[in-house]
Design a protein around this ligand. Structure first.
Ligand SMILES: [Zn+2]
Length: 466
C-alpha cells in the first residue's frame, strides 16, 4: 500500500476507534462561552463541561467534548455562558426570615434592640430549617453553589443543606450569652465538636467553628474555639473589625486591635475567615498574612450599615485572599445576591480610590469564585472549572437586552448580568436548578412557610408592648 494510502487508512481507523472509545459521562453542559477561572483564566467559545460522579471530567470546546464523551444527561444553552458556581464567604442564612425586620438602624442598636431579642424569642430548629431553605432557594437562583454560614442550630442547617444538594461551610455559633440553641459557650463548644464529628467527611458539608466576635466572647472561649478548629482541621469563622466602635472598644478593653488581640491570645486557627475586616490596619494585615487568614468582604452590608469601606487593594497587595459575602438579610443587606456584591465591590473600590482602574472586573470575578475558595481553604476542590475538581457550575443567560452587545465576559458578569439571569445550577454534579426551576427545593412550600413564620416573629415582637 502506498504510504499516503496507509496514512489515510490508519487515520480512518483511529477516528473509528476514537468514536467507539467514547467515555461515558453523567452530564454535559454546553454554552456559548465557558469562563473557566483556571490558572490560565481560559475563556472557551462554544465550550462544554463533562461531569461524572460529582466531578469535572473535562472542559473544552464543545466539539471536542462531544466527541470524547457520551452523556446520560445534557444541558445545552447556546445563548448563555458557563461559569464556576459562586462562592459566598459570609452569611447568616436563616436570618432570611427576619428580612427587613429593622432597616436603617445603627449596627449596635440593630443587633441589641431588634435582632438579638427577635432571635431569642423565635429561633428554633424549625425556624432555622425553613429560613435556611428560603435562603438556599434565593442563593441557588442567583448562582451561588457554596455558602458560608454562621448561625444557631447548625446541625439543622447542615441537614437542610445536604437535602437541597448545596455546598456549605457551616459554622456553629459560639457566643458569650444564652443563645437560642446553647445557654453557655461551654455547651456550644461541646456541641460544635459533635457537629464536626458528624459532618467532617461529608462531600457537601464542611463543618466550622464560629465564635461570633471578639466583643461577644471571653478570651478562654476564643482560645478553645481555635483549639477545636485546629484539632479537626476545620475553618474558624469570626466577625472582625466590622465597625470603628468595635476597634475602639476592643482597644479600650484589651489594649489591642481585634486582630492583634486574637493573634496574641491564640485565637487564630490554621483555616480562619475574618468577616468584614473594614477597620483592620497595616499591622493587622501583616498579622493576617502571617496567620494565613482569609477575609470575607461584604460591600452591601458595610454600605447599608455605614460601617466603612474595606480597603480591598491593600489586602490583595499583601497577598491576603479576599472573598465576597452578602452577610445576613435581616437588615444588613437584605438579600443573598452575589452578582450585586460583585458589582458593588468593584464600584466601591473605584470610588474609594478615585480610580476607575481599581479592582477590575476580572479580579472581582476571582473574588467570587477561585479566590473565595482560597479564603475557605477549598481551592483544590471548587472555584474553577478544571478536570478533577468538584462539578459546581452555573449557566447565565446572555439572551436579555442588558447582555447585548457582548464584550468581555468578566465585565458582563460584574456590571451587566444579574442574579436573575442564572438559568441552571449544578452542584457536585447534580442539577439543582434547571431553566430557573429549582429541582431540590419546593419553592411554593418554602414561600408559604416563610410567610407563616414571619407572622409569628411579628406577633412575638408585639408581645408585651402597649
Ligand atoms: Zn455577619
Amino acid at each position: 500500500m502506498p504510504l499516503m494510502m496507509k496514512t489515510f487508512v490508519s487515520l480512518v481507523l483511529l477516528c473509528a476507534g476514537a468514536a467507539q472509545a467514547q467515555e461515558s459521562a453523567d452530564l454535559i453542559v454546553s454554552a456559548a462561552q465557558v469562563v473557566t477561572m483556571d490558572a490560565k483564566r481560559r475563556v472557551i467559545d462554544n465550550g462544554a463541561v463533562a461531569v461524572r460522579g460529582g466531578r469535572i471530567l473535562a472542559v473544552g470546546p464543545r466539539a471536542e467534548i462531544d466527541k470524547a464523551y457520551k452523556a446520560k444527561q445534557r444541558i445545552d444553552q447556546p445563548e448563555a455562558l458557563i461559569a464556576p458556581g459562586l462562592v459566598n464567604t459570609h452569611t447568616h442564612a436563616a436570618m432570611s426570615l427576619l428580612r427587613g425586620l429593622a432597616d436603617d438602624k445603627p449596627l449596635q442598636e440593630w443587633l441589641e434592640k431588634y435582632i438579638f431579642p427577635a432571635e431569642a424569642k423565635n429561633v428554633t430548629p424549625e425556624f432555622v430549617r425553613w429560613g435556611t431553605r428560603l435562603a438556599m432557594l434565593e442563593m441557588m437562583l442567583s448562582g451561588t453553589t457554596t455558602y458560608t454560614d454562621m448561625y444557631y442550630f447548625e446541625d439543622e442547617v447542615a441537614q437542610a443543606t445536604k437535602e437541597a444538594g448545596m455546598r456549605g461551610v457551616l459554622g456553629q455559633t459560639i457566643i458569650g450569652f444564652p443563645a437560642p440553641d446553647y445557654k453557655t459557650p461551654q455547651e456550644a463548644l461541646a456541641a460544635t465538636e459533635k457537629f464536626i464529628a458528624k459532618w467532617k467527611n461529608d462531600p457537601l458539608i464542611t463543618p466550622a467553628v464560629a465564635p461570633h466576635a471578639v466583643y461577644t466572647n471571653e478570651e478562654a472561649t476564643l482560645r478553645a474555639a481555635r483549639e477545636l478548629a485546629d484539632k479537626h482541621g476545620v475553618p474558624l469563622l469570626i466577625h472582625v473589625s466590622e465597625t470603628q466602635l468595635e476597634n475602639t472598644s476592643t482597644h479600650a478593653k484589651t489594649g489591642s486591635s481585634p486582630t492583634f488581640y486574637l493573634s496574641r491570645i491564640g485565637g487564630i486557627a490554621k483555616r480562619t475567615v475574618f468577616a468584614h475586616g473594614v477597620w483592620m490596619g497595616v499591622r493587622d494585615r501583616q498579622t493576617a498574612r502571617q496567620f494565613n487568614v482569609g477575609v470575607a468582604h461584604c460591600p452591601s452590608s458595610n454600605m447599608k450599615m455605614a460601617s466603612g469601606v474595606l480597603p480591598v487593594l491593600e489586602f490583595l497587595r499583601f497577598g491576603i485572599p479576599v472573598g465576597l459575602g452578602p452577610d445576613g438579610p435581616a437588615g444588613s443587606n437584605n438579600d443573598f445576591n452575589m452578582f450585586e456584591e460583585m458589582d458593588l465591590a468593584a464600584k466601591l473600590a473605584k470610588s474609594m480610590n478615585f480610580d476607575p482602574q481599581a479592582l477590575p472586573a476580572a479580579t472581582v470575578v476571582e473574588m467570587a469564585t477561585i479566590m473565595g475558595a482560597r479564603v475557605l481553604g477549598m481551592e483544590e476542590q471548587i472555584g474553577s472549572l478544571e478536570a478533577g475538581k468538584r462539578a459546581d457550575l452555573i449557566t447565565v443567560s446572555l439572551a436579555e437586552p442588558h447582555a447585548f452587545p457582548r464584550h468581555d465576559p468578566y465585565s458582563m458578569l460584574v456590571y451587566s448580568l444579574k442574579g436573575s439571569d442564572v438559568r441552571d445550577v449544578v452542584i457536585e454534579g447534580r442539577v439543582t436548578v434547571r431553566d430557573r426551576k429549582p429541582l431540590t427545593l419546593n419553592r411554593a412550600e418554602i414561600l408559604a412557610k416563610a410567610a407563616e413564620l414571619r407572622a409569628k416573629v411579628d406577633a412575638s415582637l408585639r408581645e408585651g408592648k402597649p
